[in-house]
Ligand binder design. Structure first.
Ligand code: BGC
Length: 422
């Protein structure tokens, strides 16, 4: 759990340093929305939510905290809640929704959910994550798929790579060709959440969905210490050898830009990368290609962006908050937002006519993998396990990624140990 009380002192210090202690003026019908959507494609997407809310007469107070993956936003959110001044809505995902609800700070959205019939409009696996003890406390925005591989079509052509590699062996053959052509094979941003994103796709591709579930969702020690995990780390280290020396610290969207600008061939990233390609005017299937990461075509690592709503005192703002929740689940927003964001609508039975082939493949695979058991929660994007354990595993993976002197055996051991963190 978040142990808010213990955080108070540290947070007070952070806030004093950042000059964030001032109270927010209460404007009638204002929604303050904390999010981390600051890249080109992301900003375009969230602007649609702002537009619809403003059209409904509400005041939009943007609370953007830069930092891919949302770690910075999570830290700032804690400080605001501890000081008794939460935003109306904050981008929170997966088990963290339960952790916040347990603290008693989230609003009850059941009246909106009942009026709008959310139970019938959402896949049950998603609705359950949005509820705490049977009550809706958060509203889902989309479904992102994490196990994607993106590529620049012109670079592949130049390197003599025909078709997207389907297995890791095929991938390394393609990567060698790209290298030979004098280009970067893998565009990577060396930040811990990006290392972790690549790791989860590699584990899924090497071990399959049962192994992924055992190791990264159930945190089974036998799976974590197995030869399959060894093989996964060997593969991960090999992937890293195809990244460029300037990757440490790079933002994910700059890695996507390297693919766009024909400097690099591939990127392993969720489909928010597609939002970047689209925002830059690139055409799917022509300028850039999408395929499941090698070995993962029958699986789908899901990442559902959602907004948890916080208890507010002002009644006008409470009303605006309810409107925000209804808007997010509405068909207008679900379509326009997801067209920009690279994700697919979370609301069931949406018309997909305007969506591109990558989104259509995602929608088809979402439904199919849900039937076959190939649908698994993304650990790197906060969907699978509690945040403290996730953070420990993420650190162990990043240490391994960044230090080639750590042996495979030690890498396996460190990750397995991190998985015991409570
Ligand atoms: C979020 C996406 C976001 C990405 C990069 C993911 O965890 O789900 O909405 O675009 O991080 O910041």
């Amino acid at each position: 759990m978040l142990k808010l009380s213990k955080l108070t002192t540290a947070v007070a210090l952070v806030m004093a340093g950042a000059g964030m202690g001032a109270s927010v003026s209460a404007i009638a019908g204002e929604v303050e929305v904390l999010h981390f959507w600051t890249s080109g494609g992301e900003a375009k997407s969230v602007a649609e939510l702002k537009r619809i809310m403003q059209a409904k007469g509400h005041v939009w107070k943007d609370f953007a905290v830069a930092g891919g993956g949302g770690d910075n936003a999570a830290t700032v959110l804690k400080s605001r809640v501890v000081s008794g001044n939460p935003p109306a809505a904050a981008q929170i995902k997966g088990p963290a929704i339960q952790e916040w609800a347990y603290e008693g700070v989230l609003a009850n959205l059941d009246s909106v959910a009942k009026a709008e019939n959310w139970d019938a409009l959402l896949p049950k696996v998603v609705a359950d994550v949005m509820k705490y003890k049977g009550t809706y406390v958060a509203v889902p925005v989309n479904v992102h798929r994490v196990n994607w591989m993106w590529a620049n079509a012109a670079v592949l052509k130049k390197a003599g790579v025909t078709g997207m590699p389907k297995t890791w062996d095929e991938f390394f053959v393609a990567a060698d060709k790209v290298k030979k052509a004098g280009l970067i094979a893998v565009a990577h941003g060396g930040q811990n959440w990006q290392d972790f994103t690549t790791f989860e796709s590699v584990v899924l591709g090497v071990g399959g969905t049962k192994f992924y579930n055992d190791a990264l969702v159930k945190l089974d020690q036998k799976a974590l210490n197995s030869d399959t995990m060894k093989k996964s780390l060997e593969t991960l280290r090999k992937v890293k050898s195809y990244t460029d020396a300037a990757s440490p610290g790079r933002d994910w969207n700059l890695a996507t830009a390297m693919v766009m600008q024909e400097k690099a061939a591939f990127q392993f990233m969720g489909d928010w990368a597609k939002g970047e390609f689209l925002a830059a005017g690139k055409v799917p299937g022509k300028d850039f290609l999408c395929a499941a990461a090698p070995g993962t075509a029958n699986a789908f690592t899901f990442n559902v962006d959602s907004f948890a709503m916080f208890k507010l005192k002002n009644t006008e703002n409470q009303k605006a908050q309810g409107d925000l929740a209804a808007t997010i689940m509405g068909t207008e927003f679900q379509e326009v937002f997801n067209l920009n964001k690279g994700s697919i609508p979370v609301r069931l039975n949406m018309n997909m006519a305007k969506f591109d082939d990558c989104a259509k493949l995602s929608a088809k695979d979402f439904v199919e993998t849900a039937k076959t058991g190939g649908l698994v929660p993304s650990i790197a994007h906060n969907m699978a396990i509690r945040s403290s354990t996730e953070g420990a595993i993420k650190d162990a993976v990043s240490q391994f990624w960044n230090d080639d002197k750590i042996s495979i055996a030690d890498g396996v051991k460190n990750i397995a140990k991190a998985a015991t963190t409570k």
